[in-house]
Design a protein around this ligand. Structure first.
Ligand code: SAM
Ligand code: SF4
Length: 345
């Protein structure tokens, strides 16, 4: 196992069987996490990039079996923020909190047409900020329009590379279409974020290894990995869900194989494990997405129960969070935190 970790540290290459061996064996987890932390330091430095997350609509046309926002869930109060409210949250995050990236995330809410979204993108881009969208599957023409309106990045998790599993848990959706969306996002010049869920029922270690190799194959600029947390109002209510450790291992291996990309310490990790995000930041992650959505609507954006969110929506909270980061030897990124490709890989 130690030899495999050394191989990944020096070559950033592992084959599927080697990744499976590391994921299946828990004897050297701490060595793996430490190696990922060192590679993170070498390639992306000690800066942590903060991205302000705005969950602007929980209305969704899809029915993903794991997600509390699925259209068949009648037990949630649906909301949609208007454009002024979204802009003012973004303005607050940039001018009062000094954050350098806004992430707009939602269910697949068709009210936000290409025209409406592009107007919003143009307005937010009058602020001094990078902009990321995480709004699901769109057409090539949509992605191009977002890019031309000034959008910088797009996040779309592949969720799993196991096509049969994907189509079972994302009914009426097609894995090939999702992959095509990622290729379209990349082809229009948006920084491309993807990622996976860890802990879907019947997901194999082999398919998690495929996920990591897929991130490399499509040239991901960002990868978010989260443990599945079962939601009681979904078909996966009784599922076991993912573990923090396995999700952290998938994340650490992703750092070793794609050393210069941006990797968030995900909210689901914090929800499952006390100080989960700090641990993830010491195991390969370099991004945090503090939620700046106001709490009156944020409570309804319940992908899974107990969804924790780094609450930095005040200057005081931000100052104390920075102290925590300094205590683990890190600093806050001062630029927009784009993917800086290393010539060394
Ligand atoms: N609707 C867009 C999409 O699906 O790409 C963006 C928003 S969606 C809520 C963001 C991510 O939440 C999904 O990609 C999925 O991986 C994650 N998610 C949904 N339900 C979850 C659950 N029960 N546990 C952990 N993560 C979950
Ligand atoms: Fe909708 Fe995204 Fe949830 Fe699927 S994961 S139901 S697309 S919000």
């Amino acid at each position: 196992m130690y030899n495999l970790i050394s191989k990944a540290v020096f070559s950033h290459r592992l084959n599927k069987q080697e990744i499976v061996s590391l994921l299946s064996n828990d004897d050297c987890n701490e060595v793996l996490f430490k190696a990922a932390d060192e590679i993170r330091k070498k390639f992306v430095g000690d800066e942590i990039h903060l991205r302000a997350l705005i969950e602007f609509s929980n209305i969704c046309q899809n029915n993903c079996c794991y997600c509390g926002l699925r259209r068949d869930n009648k037990n949630i109060i649906r909301y949609r923020l208007d454009e002024d409210s979204i802009f003012h949250l973004a303005e607050y995050a940039v001018t009062q909190l000094g954050l350098k990236t806004i992430v707009l995330q939602s269910g697949e809410d068709l009210w936000f047409s290409q025209e409406r979204l592009c107007a919003l993108i143009r307005r937010i881009k009058t602020l001094d900020t990078a902009l990321t969208l995480s709004i699901g599957e769109k057409t090539h023409d949509d992605y191009l329009a977002y890019k031309n309106a000034g959008c910088d990045r797009f996040l779309l998790r592949i969720e799993t590379t196991d096509k049969a599993l994907y189509e079972k848990y994302d009914p009426d959706m097609s894995w090939n279409k999702r992959k095509q969306c990622l290729l379209d996002i990349k082809s229009v010049g948006l920084e491309t974020g993807t990622g996976c869920l860890v802990g879907l029922p019947n997901q194999t270690i082999e398919s998690l290894a495929d996920d990591i190799l897929f991130f490399k194959e499509i040239g991901a600029d960002m990868v978010g990995i989260g443990p599945l947390i079962p939601h009681p109002d979904t078909p996966l209510a009784q599922a076991e869900g993912g573990t923090f450790t396995l999700a952290c291992k998938v994340m650490a291996l992703t750092r070793l194989i794609l050393p210069d990309i941006n990797i968030p310490a995900t909210t689901a990790m914090e929800t499952l494990e006390p100080n989960g995000q700090l641990k993830a930041l010491q195991s390969g992650a370099n991004v945090i997405m503090p939620n700046v959505t106001l709490s009156d609507v944020r409570q309804h954006y319940e992908l899974y129960p107990g969804k924790s969110s780094t609450n930095l929506a005040s200057c005081d909270a931000l100052v104390s969070f920075k102290q925590k980061l300094i205590s683990i030897g890190r600093t806050i990124g001062q630029d927009y935190g784009a993917h800086k490709k290393s010539a060394e890989i």
